[in-house]
Design a protein around this ligand. Structure first.
Ligand SMILES: [Zn+2]
Length: 447
């Protein structure tokens, strides 16, 4: 079999029997902890405080002896010792890349550096995902991405160059210009956030372009938002673009992706287990949860030389299921339904838990909806009210009364009968997003 016919980017490690995979992870973990102990004062302090030494890591279960690393500690370390804190393990002169987290809601962003080897590894992790979803050197890949300081699809761009694809950057283009180029260049793969993939599709319709017929797109690769694994969102993207939609997820703290959907698409992405240990823990007790139960991702990454990332609490909610869910042959386990949301995204409304992603999953079942927003308010200082504001696709106004009733019912059914106020927004009233869509506004007074 020639290299281009293999369904795997790394056939050996992607299909490694679980026992050998565990042995590989243990070996890499021991080396990583050893390296962090000797070259990252941040980690040394953390481990000394917890009374743990590298030689105590004798089995994979010993990972639980290690204290967690949190974003808060990392930010505090950067503030104490500007610019990068003392967790970086290489001299700054060896770095070739500088990136920042997107800095949600006024928080100080995290600053990260990568060296040459790190950057090559970052591209390689994307290659696992792109190759696994069927991207080949003959593809023309378009990145609908701003190419700024946010790491986003940067690594994926280098992955495509490495694989030999024709790779198109579009940092400075408007949505209309992007669509024109996608059609004109016969682009076969488009990369964007799920929200922006939908927005490009809607804009194309307004321009009178039928992407399904006028374009050659056969794959849409999404990242950056939990919605990429919502079946109804995927279906909308696929109908607009005429190609299969695959989800990936990564983090600036890691520098690249840690999970990707293979082209069998068993309902969730595989974990790249030869490069990451992904623990799933109960966010309250910190105890591991079994397969099939929701918990918080805690990640250990073996790839980044500049920044040891060991037991980093991500606050992402996931549900891990065994790799045998998929028939592709990969032995990396699967996150059923992708990233399910954030531990701190949960909203309590009149005693019922509401997750924005669950609301989105219901709303997106209705193809009439162009954009939506969730608004939570406290009325008369006592009663919490949740509203979903909906913007319809142009020309569908007459469907509103039926849709309003149906959405109200579907949302209540998905939330133990909780009443949602379903309201109509004017055309173009709701915000549109390119990156990290924020469709929930909690206007209740802060406690
Ligand atoms: Zn698979």
């Amino acid at each position: 079999m020639s290299a281009t016919e293999s369904p795997f980017w790394n056939p050996k490690t992607e299909t490694l029997p679980k026992e050998q995979l565990r042995a590989l992870q243990l070996h890499k973990l021991q080396r990583l902890v050893e390296r962090a102990w000797h070259s990252s004062p941040f980690h040394r302090r953390l481990y000394e405080k917890a009374g743990v030494r590298p030689e105590q890591i004798k089995t994979l279960d010993d990972i639980r002896r290690l204290p967690f690393m949190t974003r808060e500690d990392w930010m505090a370390n950067q503030a104490d010792k500007p610019m990068f804190g003392d967790l970086i393990t290489r001299p700054i002169s060896e770095a070739i890349r500088y990136h920042l987290t997107s800095g949600t809601s006024g928080r100080q962003p995290l600053r990260v550096l990568d060296g040459r080897k790190d950057w090559a590894w970052i591209a390689d992790m994307w290659c696992y995902g792109f190759w696994g979803f069927g991207i080949r050197p003959t593809d023309t890949v378009f990145f609908a991405f701003s190419y700024g300081s946010f790491i986003g699809f940067w690594g994926a761009h280098y992955c495509c160059e490495k694989m030999g694809c024709l790779t198109l950057a579009s940092g400075n283009m408007t949505t209309e210009q992007r669509i024109k180029q996608i059609v004109e260049m016969g682009v076969t793969v488009v990369c964007a956030t799920p929200t922006y993939a939908l927005r490009m599709g809607q804009t194309a319709e307004k321009m009178g372009i039928k992407l399904r017929e006028d374009g050659k797109v056969r794959r849409v690769i999404v990242s950056g938002e939990p919605a990429g694994s919502i079946p109804a969102v995927k279906k909308m993207i696929e109908e607009m673009w005429g190609g299969k939609c695959g989800d990936t997820a990564g983090m600036t703290e890691i520098g690249t992706i840690m999970i990707f959907e293979c082209d069998h698409q068993p309902g969730g992405p595989h974990i790249i287990e030869d490069h990451f240990i992904e623990e799933v823990l109960d966010p309250d007790t910190d105890k591991p949860v079994p397969y099939g139960e929701r918990g918080e991702r805690v990640v250990t990454s073996f790839g980044r030389g500049f920044i040891p990332l060991i037991r980093y609490r991500t606050k992402d909610l996931v549900n891990k299921v065994p790799h045998t869910r998929c028939t592709c042959g990969r032995t990396g386990d699967i996150y059923d339904g992708g990233i399910l949301g954030r531990v701190d995204d949960m909203k309590l409304i009149r005693g019922t838990n509401v997750y924005p992603r669950a609301v989105e999953a219901v709303v997106r079942e209705h193809a009439e909806v162009e954009e939506f927003q969730i608004i939570i308010q406290r009325v008369d200082n006592v009663q919490d009210e949740i509203a979903v504001k909906v913007e319809l696709k142009p020309g569908l106004e007459e469907t509103w009364p039926r849709l309003q009733a149906q959405l109200g019912k579907d949302l209540a059914d998905a939330h133990e009968g909780l009443r949602f106020n379903v309201e109509l927004a004017k055309l173009g009233e709701l915000p549109r997003f390119e990156l990290k869509a924020k469709r929930l506004q909690d206007l209740r007074p802060k406690m």
